[in-house]
Design a protein around this ligand. Structure first.
Ligand code: ACO
Length: 326
């Protein structure tokens, strides 16, 4: 049976238990001669702390735990799934995909499982693909996960990037439905900007080639991010035939509180309608949107019938949005 719509029937998330505050990070970096301060980090980014995974904790492990929690919220079991998509830029391996490892870990064999690579827009890409597959009859119940251990690809000697990121995972279960659900989704990329945010390394002939750490032109990313988050929000609302006033909650990718403020201001959405977790989680790339979504669902802010606009932006350069009725 093909469904006309898909809808979110459960959310879940997980953060590694180890919290590193700005003060702790500043002290650790300082002991190695790297000069930064809590004040610089808070003023420029809004970040106050991040969760970091211990050695050996992988994206697949975090993804599977977030998935278990989303399934429990949906009152479904792993064998109810026929699709698993994991958005990650920090997969466990070159292959198999993190999604296949999650499928094995959950005990959900048989359905389709694959990873999506769109960096910080990864969750929105994966979500839109799962929605399309459900509406197209290729799947009925999908687990869509954003999971990252970005701490593994950071250059901990580069104060311009290492203070910005954290680890974690968030997930939703999307199920076929006769009522929406997902009202509209829009995805974009412009590879001409690939060099402003990248981890330009690989494994080749058994050795690491290129530069295996994240590099970024922060100001170029900032300007592009604010511009595309504005345009894709309007485009997605237009596609659904809804106005900005119809948005009950906006969940932008949690990169930087200044990007969130600027985006909300341009759209005319008050910050009271924006879910903010970047202060506590830092930037968790593909995990940031489902982590923030799960937080707001569980604390009761997001209620049945409300419209939630999720917006991603990241390396590639990629961006996209999905508008959902809960
Ligand atoms: N502590 C202290 N000083 C620092 C630090 C630090 N951690 N990092 C950089 N600086 C210094 C620089 O060396 C520079 O010093 P100088 O003037 O003596 O050369 C000064 O601060 C200003 O550096 P800029 O890079 O120009 O700082 P800017 O005001 O642009 O802030 C930031 C940097 C926060 C990264 C900003 O550009 C930004 O918000 N960019 C958006 C990108 C972002 O958030 N990326 C996250 C990942 S991308 C994504 O998720 C889409």
């Amino acid at each position: 049976m093909t469904h006309r719509y898909s809808r979110i029937v459960g959310t879940g998330s997980v953060l590694p238990p180890r919290i590193v505050t700005n003060e702790q990070l500043v002290a650790e970096l300082g002991s190695r001669g790297i000069d930064t301060s809590d004040q610089w980090i808070v003023e420029r980014t809004g970040i106050r702390q991040r969760h970091l995974a211990d050695e050996g904790v992988t994206s697949s492990r975090l993804a599977a735990e977030a998935g278990r929690r989303a399934l429990a919220a949906a009152q479904l079991g792993p064998t109810d799934l026929d699709l698993i998509i994991v958005a990650t830029s920090t997969p466990d391996f070159v292959f198999p995909s993190t999604a296949c490892l999650v499928q094995k870990e959950l005990g959900a064999p048989g359905g389709a499982a694959f990873d999506v690579q769109a960096v910080c827009t990864g969750f929105v890409y994966a979500f839109a693909v799962a929605d399309s597959m459900i509406r197209g009859g290729l799947a009925h119940r999908a687990l869509v996960v954003g999971a990252e251990v970005f701490s593994r690809i950071l250059d901990w000697n580069d104060r311009g990037t290492c203070v910005l990121f954290g680890d974690g995972a968030g997930a939703v279960v999307l199920a076929g439905a006769d009522q929406p659900g997902v009202l509209a989704a829009k995805l974009h990329a412009d590879g001409r900007h690939e060099s402003i945010l990248r981890t330009a390394g690989n494994v080749c002939h058994g050795e690491i080639t290129g530069h295996p750490y994240l590099t970024m032109d922060g100001q170029a990313v900032f300007k592009l991010a604010v511009s595309v988050l504005d345009s894709v929000a309007r485009e997605t609302l237009d596609a659904a035939g809804l106005s900005i006033e119809a948005v009950d909650w906006m969940i932008p990718h949690q990169a930087n509180v200044r990007i969130l403020n600027a985006t909300a201001r341009r759209l005319g959405i008050p910050m009271s309608k924006v879910i903010v977790t970047v202060d506590e989680h830092a930037n968790t790339s593909a995990a940031s949107i489902p982590l923030a979504l799960d937080r707001a669902v569980r604390d009761g802010r997001i209620r049945a019938g409300q419209h939630v606009l999720m917006e991603g932006v990241g390396g590639g350069f990629t961006w996209g949005a999905a508008l959902v009725r809960f």
